[in-house]
Design a binder for this molecule. Structure first.
Ligand SMILES: Cc1ncc(COP(=O)(O)O)c(C=O)c1O
Length: 367
């Protein structure tokens, strides 16, 4: 039913509160650690703040709607969501495939913690994900991968995983549910950081898990209860407040990214540009088949680290910061974090500034 609506309508609808006369249209946060109990435990939905909270429920219903899932679970960060799912799924003796070119902390967690527990961790580049996953038990794919923006054929990977009894987990952080819905492509589980474009204002950390597998979701919920990796009620409320405009913001961010990718593609100071929406990008064909929008990130290669610094210094609108998805256009030189990229490689996260202003500013800053 939601498929008939555009992104902004989906955003607004996802956070709409029940139309109860006299009640606030915009819900307030419920910052409770404990709740009044009744003698009948089934009478009260909430008892203690680490197990459940009414503000989470509203947020989780919104996230589930956006991902096209029956349910979602909110976490204190994207990493909390991802590591909880991996702890539940990847058992000693299992083979777990993680992206070699994806978010580096996930790779580290797998090789520094899960491998110690007896999980066989294999790192595979996104473009080799299908081949590397042939005999895996659990596959974590990230598409487009951060920061190189390679895209993996999620439908093909899902079919392969299903035929061999493996579980496919897709990190949907860079695409967002407005860019693609991995569950509809056959993935078993979506994990994501909502710290990025979904919250979009660079003022909170949050993550979530969405899936139609009820047993698995129950295990992940238990893992959240035990590990305590929960989202504060205020952050849950703030994220929900932001979700109402997420479709609108993401539309502008994708528009800005596409325009900047085209402008920089032809610029003599730029050695290479990656954006799945560029017709000659190596990922374009698969991206067209599975993505509705190509995302708000582009990857560029300048001459060296100094060229990236001077781009930011000479620009009026760009800020240097890590993370992405915020309303400000930001630049992150990824070699500083140890990603396997050249010194002049920068990930640009497009904000919601006016497209012409941004392009003019960046072109003058590149000289
Ligand atoms: C693709 C991807 N997944 C997960 C994360 C982790 O999210 P968080 O910082 O909210 O823990 C990040 C963070 O940058 C990311 O880029």
């Amino acid at each position: 039913m939601d498929g008939q609506y555009g992104d902004s309508t989906r955003s607004v609808k996802s956070v709409a509160s029940e139309a109860v006369p006299g009640q606030a249209v915009a819900p307030s946060p419920v910052p409770a650690s404990t709740f009044h109990l009744s003698s009948d435990p089934s009478d009260v939905p909430d008892s203690y703040g680490r197990s459940s909270n009414p503000t989470w429920r509203h947020l989780e219903s919104a996230l589930a709607q956006l991902e096209g899932a029956p349910s979602a679970l909110a976490f204190g960060s994207g990493m909390a969501a991802i590591t909880s799912v991996l702890r539940v799924l990847a058992k000693p003796g299992h083979k777990l495939v993680v992206p070699a070119d994806g978010y580096y902390q996930v790779r580290r967690y797998a090789s520094e913690y899960l491998a110690e527990q007896g999980v066989m961790v294999v790192q595979a580049a996104t473009e080799e994900m299908c081949a590397a996953s042939a005999d895996a038990d659990v596959v974590l794919a990230e598409s487009p991968a951060n920061p190189g923006l390679d895209v993996v054929d999620l439908h093909r990977l899902a079919l392969q995983c299903r035929s061999r009894g493996a579980t496919l987990v897709v990190d949907n952080t860079t695409a967002t549910p407005f860019g693609q819905q991995p569950l509809s492509l056959g993935a078993d589980v979506v994990v994501a950081s909502a710290t990025k474009a979904l919250s979009g204002h660079s003022d909170l950390l949050a993550g979530y898990v969405a899936s139609a597998h009820t047993d698995l979701m129950a295990e992940v919920e238990r893992e959240r209860l035990h590990s305590g990796a929960i989202l504060g009620a205020f952050e849950a409320w703030l994220l929900m407040r932001s979700l109402g405009t997420a479709g609108l913001r993401f539309e502008r961010q994708c528009h800005n990214a596409a325009a900047l990718a085209v402008a920089l593609h032809a610029h003599p100071a730029v050695r290479a540009v990656r954006y799945p929406g560029l017709p000659d990008d190596p990922s374009h064909r698969i991206a067209c088949a599975q993505m509705k929008r190509f995302g708000g990130l582009i990857a560029v290669e300048l001459a060296d680290a100094e060229a990236v610094h001077s781009l930011v210094e000479r620009s009026v609108l760009l800020i240097a910061s890590t993370s992405f998805g915020g309303i400000h256009t930001s630049v992150d030189r990824r070699a500083r974090w140890g990603d396997d990229v050249s010194d002049g490689f920068a990930r640009i996260s497009l904000g919601i500034e006016d497209t012409d202003d941004l392009i003019a500013d960046i072109e003058q800053a590149l000289g």
